[in-house]
Ligand binder design. Structure first.
Ligand SMILES: [Zn+2]
Ligand SMILES: [Zn+2]
Ligand SMILES: [Zn+2]
Ligand SMILES: [Zn+2]
Ligand SMILES: [Zn+2]
Length: 322
C-alpha cells in the first residue's frame, strides 16, 4: 500500500485519539464537481470560481462551528486561485480575517487543524495537468492537517487526464470509504440534525448560523429566548448579544428604550445630573418570587408617582427630583 497524504487522517489509530471536526459528518472528504476552470493567458495561471466560493463557504461554516481562523488553512495549486481567494476572503471576512490562504508549495513544514484544498484543474481543453501529477507536493503539505481535511476538485477529470495513477487511486480509496461525493453532509452540534449540502450556495439557507434550520430557543441569562437559528458557535451564550427590546421599567414607570444587551439610559423624566432612573425588571417575569418582587417594585413606583403628583401641584409643573 502506497503512502498517501491522507493516510494519517484515515488511519484508525489516529482517528481514536484526535477530536472529530465539529459540524460535519466526516473529518476527511473529497467534494467532487465538474465546474470548469478559467485560464488567464496574460499571467499564465488558472483559477476555479466554483472551488473558490466553495472553499470560502466551507471556511465560513467552520468558523460558525466555533473554530478560530488560525485553525483553518486554504491551500491551492495555482497562484491565481490564491489571489482570487485572498481577495474574496477579505470581502467576506474583513481585512484581518486571519485564515491562512497559501500555495501548497509554500506550506511545506507547516501545520493546520483543518485544511481545505482547492485543486483548480477542471474541464480544460488543455489536458496536461503536470503540476498535479507531482505526488510529493500534495503529500507533504496535506499530511499536515491535524483534525480535518477537505479536498475540492474534479476527481474524474484528474483521474482521466493524469499521467500517473495517483488520482485514480485517490478516487478509489475515498470512494470505498464513502468520502467522495458532490454532497457534503453537515450535522448540527445542538440537535444532531444532518443536512445534505449539494452546492456551496446551500450553506447559507440550510445552515444560516452554522447549525440546522431550527431556532436555537435556549433561554439567555436575561430571560429572553435566543433569537438565532441553531448555531454552532458560542453554545454557552457567553458572547451572544440579546437584540430584544429591554424589558426594564424605571421608577417613572417608563419602559427602557434600549435593546436588552445595551446599558439602560435614564428616561426623559430623569433630571438629576448624575442620578439615574433605577431600572428594574418589569412584571413580565413569570416566577412567583419575581412576581412578588415586581409587585413590591410596582408599589414603590406608584408611591413615587403619588408623591410626584403631590409635588407637581405644590411646586409647579415639574416632576420632583428624587
Ligand atoms: Zn440544530
Ligand atoms: Zn434579553
Ligand atoms: Zn442560541
Ligand atoms: Zn434597558
Ligand atoms: Zn425614569
Amino acid at each position: 500500500m502506497q503512502k498517501h497524504f491522507y493516510d494519517g487522517l484515515l488511519n484508525s489509530d489516529t482517528v481514536l485519539s484526535r477530536p472529530h471536526v465539529k459540524g460535519l459528518q466526516n473529518d476527511v472528504f473529497f467534494i467532487k464537481h465538474s465546474y470548469a476552470e478559467t485560464y488567464d493567458e496574460e499571467i499564465e495561471s488558472r483559477r476555479n470560481g466554483y472551488e473558490m466560493r466553495y472553499a470560502l463557504a466551507l471556511a465560513k461554516y467552520l468558523l460558525q462551528q466555533g473554530y478560530r481562523s488560525k485553525q483553518i488553512a486554504i491551500l491551492v495549486t495555482y497562484s491565481e486561485q490564491r489571489h482570487s481567494l485572498r481577495k474574496n476572503a477579505e470581502r467576506l471576512f474583513g481585512y484581518d480575517h486571519g485564515i491562512r490562504i497559501e500555495n501548497v508549495d509554500n506550506f511545506q513544514g507547516e501545520e493546520s487543524d483543518i485544511i481545505i484544498l482547492s485543486l483548480v484543474r477542471s474541464e480544460s481543453e488543455n489536458g496536461k495537468i503536470g503540476y498535479l501529477n507531482t505526488k510529493n507536493r500534495l503529500c507533504v503539505a496535506l499530511s499536515r492537517a491535524r483534525i480535518g481535511m477537505y479536498v475540492i476538485g474534479n476527481i474524474q477529470y484528474l483521474a482521466d487526464r493524469a499521467s500517473s495513477t495517483l488520482w485514480q487511486e485517490i478516487k478509489e480509496t475515498f470512494g470505498r470509504k464513502n468520502y467522495l461525493s458532490e454532497h457534503l453532509i453537515t450535522k448540527c452540534q445542538k440537535h444532531g440534525t444532518e443536512q445534505i449540502i449539494k452546492s456551496f450556495k446551500e450553506f447559507n439557507f440550510k445552515c444560516p448560523e452554522g447549525g440546522c434550520q431550527r431556532q436555537c430557543e435556549d433561554i439567555l441569562e436575561c430571560g429572553h429566548v435566543c433569537a438565532l437559528y441553531c448555531h454552532g458557535y458560542d453554545m454557552e451564550h457567553l458572547e451572544i448579544k440579546c437584540e430584544q427590546p429591554c424589558q426594564k421599567i424605571c421608577y417613572h414607570n417608563v419602559q427602557c428604550q434600549k435593546l436588552c444587551h445595551e446599558e439602560c439610559e435614564p428616561c426623559e423624566f430623569n433630571e438629576s445630573e448624575n442620578g439615574n432612573c433605577y431600572y428594574f425588571i418589569s412584571e413580565s417575569s413569570n416566577s412567583a418570587e419575581n412576581a412578588l418582587e415586581a409587585e413590591t417594585k410596582k408599589q414603590v413606583v406608584e408611591e413615587y408617582h403619588r408623591e410626584a403628583e403631590i409635588s407637581f401641584f405644590l411646586d409647579g409643573p415639574k416632576l420632583n427630583k428624587k
